[in-house]
Design a protein around this ligand. Structure first.
Ligand SMILES: O=C(O)c1ccccc1N[C@@H]1O[C@H](COP(=O)(O)O)[C@@H](O)[C@H]1O
Length: 214
């Protein structure tokens, strides 16, 4: 029996956080990357986080941030996990005394087995689509057949997931978790409770049928 975890990323409002929690999401993502339309600062994130119940993961997403920026966010917020979505090396990612996972932007030729070795200290790898135009939150899916069999670390599948394709993605990749941002939005930075519920329904239904979850 296995339950696929879900992170809803790009939370900017308390009501969106609660829509995700009420629908059964396991974790929420807060984007500390100013160019993103989903960016929040530490004070905004903590104002949302302090309304949350226990047992909800709070992930901080950073893109090539300075050590001081990450530390400043950690001093103010109750994050319990870090997502590094830029070009950060493993020794940078591992210095904050929190579990972290590294986003790998997948394109033909990427060696994901080598990435596992390079980020041995990561608790998971997040696989997202590569784009020349943006580092993440692109709404683009990648070719899931580029993921080799037999990867050892938990895989978090991201990139262009939505209620219409998440079951197919789970069927093909069998990830530890799925991560969605744009696919459950009503508009950039604003989540749709209906799309979150539809996404969660698809994940739970897949698990019930294929993973023996109840
Ligand atoms: O959400 C963003 O704006 C963002 C900005 C910079 C880096 C990552 C970002 N989001 C992450 O991107 C993936 C895929 O998002 P989408 O579902 O395709 O919109 C996901 O991991 C988000 O956490």
């Amino acid at each position: 029996m296995k339950r696929t975890r879900v992170k809803i990323c790009g939370i900017t409002r308390r009501e969106d956080a609660w829509a995700a929690i009420d629908a059964g999401a396991d974790a929420l993502g807060f984007v500390f990357y100013a160019p993103s339309p989903r960016a929040v600062d530490a004070a905004q994130a903590q104002a949302i986080m302090k309304t949350l119940p226990p047992y909800v993961g709070k992930v901080g997403l950073f893109v090539n941030a300075s050590v001081a920026e990450v530390r400043q966010v950690l001093e103010t917020t109750a994050l319990d996990c870090l997502q590094f979505h830029g070009d950060e090396p493993a020794d940078y990612c591992g210095q904050f005394n929190l579990p972290y996972y590294k986003a790998i932007r997948v394109k033909p030729g990427v060696n994901l087995i080598q990435c596992e070795l390079d980020f041995a200290s990561a608790s998971a790898l997040l696989l997202d689509a590569f784009s020349e135009k943006a580092v993440g939150g692109t709404g683009l899916a990648f070719d899931w057949t580029l993921i080799p069999q037999g990867m050892q670390k938990p895989l978090i599948l991201a990139g262009g997931l939505n209620p219409d394709n998440v079951a197919q993605a789970m069927q093909q990749v069998r990830p530890y978790a799925v991560d969605v941002s744009g696919g459950v939005e009503a508009q950039k930075g604003i989540k749709s409770p209906e799309r979150i519920a539809a996404f969660m329904q698809q994940v739970m239904q897949f698990d019930a049928v294929h993973n023996g979850a109840v």
